[in-house]
Each structure stands twice: as C-alpha cells, then as structure tokens.
Design a protein around this ligand. Sequence first.
Ligand SMILES: [Zn+2]
Length: 266
Amino acid sequence: MKKIFRRIIKITFLAILAAILTIFTIVLFPQRLFANKIKYKQFTVYSNDKIADNIKIALDNAMKLVQKSELYDPMYKYNIMLCYNSFYNKIDDKLLGTGPSARATRNNVIIKVRIDPKSNLAFATFHKACEVNLTELLAHEMTHCLQANKYGIIKFNPFKHPELWKLEGYPEYISRHTELSGKNYSLTSEINRYMNLMSKATGIWILSEEGGCEVPNYYYKGRLMIEYLMDIRHLSYDNILNDTVSENTVYQAMIKWKDGIKETQK
Ligand SMILES: [Zn+2]
C-alpha cells in the first residue's frame, strides 16, 4: 500500500513538473505556436494572420528610435510576436495577467492587441479602449529587451527589476524621442501638465496623450524624471540605474529645476 502511495506521489510530481516546464518553454520560446513568419533585417515577425508588409515601416522606424539608446546592440535580433487572438495570448493572460498591450520576454516582443500597421496603430483594450502609436509601442518593448540584454534577465524580469520609474521611464523616453526632440516641445510644460493631471487624478491612471489612452502615472512620471536626468543633468542610463538617490529626491530636484527656469524667464 505504502509503495503504491509513493508511486502515485512520484507520478503526480513528475506530471506537475512536466506541465510547468512545458508552460515555461512556451512562454520563452513561443515561435512554434504561430502559422506565419517573415524575416526582415534584425527581426523575425510571427503571426497566425497574414503579416502585412507595411509592418516593415513600423519596424524600421522603431529601430531608428532604439538606435539612439546607449543600450543599442547592432547584433541583437528580435522576435516580434503578433499575438492577437492567439493561443499564446491565452496562456500569457493566464500566467502574467491581462492588461498590457505588449510585453517583452528575452528577445521576444509580444504584441497582445490588434494592430493596424498601415495606420501605425495598436488598439489597447485594458482599462479603456484607446489607440496607441505602433512604432512607439514596438520601440518601448524593444528597449525592454535591450535592458535585459545589457543587464541580464536576473536583474530585469517581471518579478525582479529596478524601481518602476527606472524600468518604465527609460523605454518611454526612448520610444518618444521624435516628440521630445520636436521644435515646440518643452520639458517644463510637460512637468506642469503632469502635475496638473495628478492634481485631478483619483487613482494611478492618468491621461497620457492623444488617442485617449490612460496609463499608470509612473510611466509618465518616470519618463519625465529620466528625461530630466539624461537631458538636463547629462547622466547615462547606466548612471541612473547605479544611483541610489530616492525617487522622491530626484522628483523634488526636477521640480526645483523647473521652478528655477520659470524664475529666470520672469
Ligand atoms: Zn514597459
């Protein structure tokens, strides 16, 4: 009797282990789950649907943004998984939760929502339905891949990572470079806009931009703080990651700088 009991426990344990290993393999290496793939420069794009040729334009534009990052690695290759309505999406939702329009695991950029490459849009659904710039979404996730590539998956993974403002602020900063380097752009006005939004916010969700999307406030706050530290204080991302100064201290220094600019303009 004891022997049978022991055998049952052993078989159950092995079955659970096999299931866990299968799920991890699918999450880390989902390529085989997709019917179609195309190769383009450093990218391999996977989808169950026909892959529209103009995805290449969005990929080229995303690459131009990512090339500006100090983490850029010309040899790095990305898998772009267009997962909308796929079996993979269901597993991902179950394991990591529904919500984000996209995520990055290893060198896989997982786009979870419907996209329209022709209009360069992704259609976010979580919290509220809205339109996201597809190029910026790709560049944001590609920057996450590069974070893990440079600093290792042990330091950058869904369970262990730097503070959220450092984790999300940097990909936001890189992916929005076109807007941030525009003639009419002003960091001080953006900080004022953020403070104004926060004064009216009742939770963590705040309106991010055109397209009607709302994001957790640390995306916006993190991007402003990274932008301040890199463009005004001339720190590298590496400096910022290694710096132990608290989020609040950096934020207060940024506000002081903004108020100082206002004073000199009076
Ligand atoms: Zn992110």
